[in-house]
Ligand binder design. Sequence first.
Ligand SMILES: *Cc1c(COP(=O)(O)O)cnc(C)c1O
Length: 223
Amino acid sequence: MSQIAENIKEVLSKLPNGVSLVAVSKFHPIESLKEAYSAGQRIFGESRAQELVVKQPQMPDDVEWHFIGHLQTNKIKSVLPIASLIHSVDSENLLRAINAEAAKIGKVANVLLELHVAKEESKFGFTADACKRLFDDGLLSQLPNVKICGVMGMATNTDDEDEIRKEFKLIQLIFEALKSNYFSDKPYFREVSMGMSDYYLIAIEEGATMVRVGSHIFGPRQY
Ligand SMILES: *Cc1c(COP(=O)(O)O)cnc(C)c1O
């Protein structure tokens, strides 16, 4: 068995039922993705529009591409037809722009709201308050071509496991609050996406339904 296949097998053996694995393949060569595919992996996460567009035609049609990086509005057009889920919707402006483009191509775009829970200023995303404001303003009914399937979070870049766990708990808490306040009649609002390689086990413990794992599967990225 290839190293990549072994790594996938190991990660999968730790995932409870109902938790899916997003193999984060950004900066990895197409051969590595093909190895993962041969091992049965179907969901791949990419973070750059250009890379996604180049890789997609080189992989079989039944691959599910997830977009997990910061998405600039001028890249929506190229990402939307390919991505089955955009994890990283980090602003109202982006949400509206995705809705508009999805309407244009007759699609309903599946998205997650990226929550801001990390300590870094630079990380994108919504705070709990910002989410509340969005939905209290009746945003949902204005976006018929967007399906908000849940939330996504990036933890602070730190070795402090307690801090990571705290942030994952917060992601889960915001998810539950949004669910009961705004999505109680929407069963598709069910996904909690957390990363990354070093912390996927904590993510599972804290309620992730999707774990984003890159280097633990593919090795160090080849920039
Ligand atoms: C790169 C990336 C990951 C995976 O990181 P690893 O440490 O390689 O597992 C997860 N989530 C996001 C949003 C990423 O950009």
